[in-house]
Design a protein around this ligand. Structure first.
Ligand SMILES: NC(=O)c1ccc[n+]([C@@H]2O[C@H](COP(=O)([O-])OP(=O)(O)OC[C@H]3O[C@@H](n4cnc5c(N)ncnc54)[C@H](O)[C@@H]3O)[C@@H](O)[C@H]2O)c1
Ligand SMILES: [Zn+2]
Ligand SMILES: [Zn+2]
Length: 385
């Protein structure tokens, strides 16, 4: 089959690889009908998350069940499903306690310490050997383990594009809003207006926000935020001025909720890049620091953007003085996906209006390049195997 294979940073190509096979009785093989590239894939593409051997990418995918393992109860050949990006066994302590992203069985590198490059939580599809080493779904076929836990059947009345983002970015945006304990009328400031930020904006409205503010330094992404989500926008090129704008929109207090939908690959100056090398750090916590400044005293921050390592200049003093609550992590997609499917089915939310590019899987190298460089007005790429 054809699949998007990571070779080394900046090299992902559509190659011919062996077809996946059933390896466990809980597996299914899915024929992928649509798949997308995520901002998280860029961390691998840019070498921020290491991967040594060639590997099939992709954790946002859906398709039709092709083959079913002997132990699978809920699915049969021909079912059309979307698949949550974390791989959850459904049986361990964490899965039983609704923490599917911290499954103890799906990833051999599972460990309680976390945060280090050697030790992680549960596995993710197509997300390096650190995260379980499962081949991903930017491919014609993919093996899906624990198939009674993850995949959800989807009505034929909905197109692939209407439901594909249930696999990751819609539940991720929703997680950011829900974990911050949103109250009706809250002002929610969302840093990063990429696919995750755009979904968080939609979810903030869905959950009763009074005002939603999108912040990014790319005007074309802020244009999309205004167009599809009817939010206020602030360009963060001048960071101090951007924070002042948030405060002036909130009676001088700051936003009730700030969401970091940027992560460690935030825009950095040449000086900051040099400091990185001296401090032995990769990337930056700039977006998170802006959240700490822009949030009001007693406010909440959700960290959706991915951070892979410790950073020394973390503003713990500010967090303490302002009494900020913070949550961060991979989205527990399994917890929310059934409710979110209903929101889509009943027309309360539209997800496909952020798609800017539809490309064949054979052009995956070009797709990664333009999404990474933020060229050609690119916001979200759908790949067709
Ligand atoms: N927690 C989860 O479960 C989960 C799921 C999916 C993605 N993610 C992560 O969410 C983050 C965003 O993903 P995406 O697909 O939207 O990626 P993306 O790269 O397309 O979007 C990031 C956006 O942040 C903007 N940005 C950069 N620096 C900024 C700053 N200082 N302030 C404001 N905006 C800034 C960029 O211009 C870009 O528009 C990534 O780190 C990704 O790994 C996490
Ligand atoms: Zn993702
Ligand atoms: Zn588990």
């Amino acid at each position: 089959m054809k699949a998007a294979v990571f070779h080394h940073p900046k090299k992902i190509t559509a190659d011919t690889v062996p077809d996946p096979t059933i390896m466990d009785q809980q597996d299914i093989i899915l024929k992928v009908t649509s798949t997308a590239i995520c901002g998280s894939d860029l961390h691998i593409y840019n070498g921020f998350i290491p991967q040594k051997r060639p590997f099939v990418m992709g954790h946002e995918f859906m398709g039709i069940v092709e083959e079913v393992g002997a132990g699978v109860k809920n699915l049969k050949r021909g079912d059309r499903v979307v698949v949550p990006f974390p791989i959850s066994c459904g049986q361990c302590w964490f899965c039983e306690h609704h923490e599917p992203g911290h499954c103890m069985n799906s990833n051999d590198n599972y460990g309680p310490e976390g945060g280090l490059l050697e030790e992680k939580g549960g596995a993710l599809f197509g997300y390096t050997d650190l995260y379980g080493g499962y081949n991903g779904g930017q491919a014609e076929y993919v093996r899906v383990p624990y198939a009674d836990e993850g995949p959800r059947k989807i009505s034929d009345a909905l197109s692939d594009e209407q439901v594909l983002f249930l696999t990751d970015i819609f539940p991720t945006g929703y997680t950011g809003v829900v974990k911050a304990g949103i109250q009706p009328g809250d002002t929610v400031a969302i840093f990063g207006s990429g696919p995750v930020g755009l979904m968080a904006q939609k979810c903030a409205w869905l959950m009763g926000a009074g005002r939603v503010i999108a912040l990014d330094y790319l005007d074309y992404r802020l244009d999309m935020a205004r167009r599809v989500n009817n939010v206020d926008t602030i360009n963060v090129t001048d960071e101090k001025e951007a924070i002042e704008k948030v405060r002036s929109m909130t009676g001088g207090r700051g936003a009730d909720i700030c969401i970091d939908a940027v992560g460690m690959e935030a825009k950095r100056s040449v000086l900051e890049k040099a400091a990185n090398i001296i401090q032995g750090e990769m990337g930056s916590i700039n977006a998170l620091k802006m959240c700490c400044s822009a949030v009001r005293r007693g406010g909440k921050i959700s960290v959706l953007g991915v951070y892979g390592m410790p950073y020394d200049n973390f503003p713990i003093g500010q967090l303490f003085d302002k009494g900020i609550q913070m949550w961060g992590g991979q989205a527990p997609v399994h917890n929310y996906i059934d409710d979110l499917i209903k929101h889509v089915e009943e027309g309360r939310i539209r997800l496909d209006d952020i798609i800017t590019h539809r490309m064949p899987l054979s052009e995956v190298d070009k797709a990664y390049d333009i999404f990474n460089k933020k060229e050609d007005g690119c916001v979200k790429v759908i790949l067709k195997p």
